[in-house]
Design a protein around this ligand. Sequence first.
Ligand SMILES: Cc1cc2nc3c(=O)[nH]c(=O)nc-3n(C[C@H](O)[C@H](O)[C@H](O)COP(=O)(O)OP(=O)(O)OC[C@H]3O[C@@H](n4cnc5c(N)ncnc54)[C@H](O)[C@@H]3O)c2cc1C
Length: 283
Amino acid sequence: MKAAKFGYTRVLEVNEAIAALAAGGGATKAMSGSQSLGPMLNLRLARPAQVVDVAHIPGLRTVSRKAGWVEIGAAVTHAEIEDGVHPPLAQHPMRQVARGIAYRAIRTRGTVGGSLAHADPAADWVVTLAALGARLVVGSPRGERTIEADAFMLGAYTTVLASDELIVSIAVPAETPATRWGYHKVCRKPGEFAEASAAVYFDASRQRARIVLGAADGPPLLLQALADEIARRGAPAAGRASLQSAVQAALPERDAIDQKRFTACVERALEHAGVFAGPEQAE
Ligand SMILES: Cc1cc2nc3c(=O)[nH]c(=O)nc-3n(C[C@H](O)[C@H](O)[C@H](O)COP(=O)(O)OP(=O)(O)OC[C@H]3O[C@@H](n4cnc5c(N)ncnc54)[C@H](O)[C@@H]3O)c2cc1C
């Protein structure tokens, strides 16, 4: 199928993009890498009157370090993060996640901001940025506001963004010597969306402990009690039984096989982060 007719504008300033979205009164959509919007247009699941291409706005394409945080422009691509082309992200755990998103061709165009705004429950950035405690900076005619990544998604393909709001940047904590991080997803084959995923992030120097489930049909699910317990007691709190019961409590409606998949993701992510309790330590 081909897209319905729409107008197309490419802009080079954030303010121009915001003005175009506001002028559209809900009928104008931002386009970044077009790796999700393109298929939606072709399937006529999205029928905007106007598309405003934000992929080339220099202000959305930079990465900088500010007081313990790395600020990533919304139009930075997955491939740029994978390749470590932006020095503030060269050693950051996000590189490992970027490498596993879709195929290289999609990573070359797909962007962090586009992925978050699209809000596919199985998307990699949705779960990892929630685990990192990232903050989204969003612009609109009313000015800028900051949204915590774990409060951004309301449901599948639904976010708190208003139709005239543009994601400008995403701030993630810079890695520290105390950062312990892991991510694992289960896919039918490489390049496909995850059937289950988990991201874990511990940083004692920031008093932060997070375990987040992704690909759970809705927003990322935070297993905060489990994360706190592991931060407090270490590996002995990460036994299989504890992980299973935390997953069961978070996903009570899922069958046993699904729950095992999510448990395995948490276990692998913890293992990657160096916090896994082997069978001899299991409770
Ligand atoms: C075959 C295939 C496999 C894929 N596999 C994976 C995968 O394994 N993991 C994964 O995470 N993703 C996967 N994706 C999605 C991919 O990562 C996309 O790049 C991403 O979801 C959308 O980013 P984009 O920049 O292309 O956004 P676009 O397609 O341009 O836009 C997507 C949505 O975001 C909005 N938008 C874009 N930029 C902004 C902004 N700055 N502010 C506000 N709204 C904005 C658009 O209006 C649109 O609604 C896959 C895609 C395909 C086609």
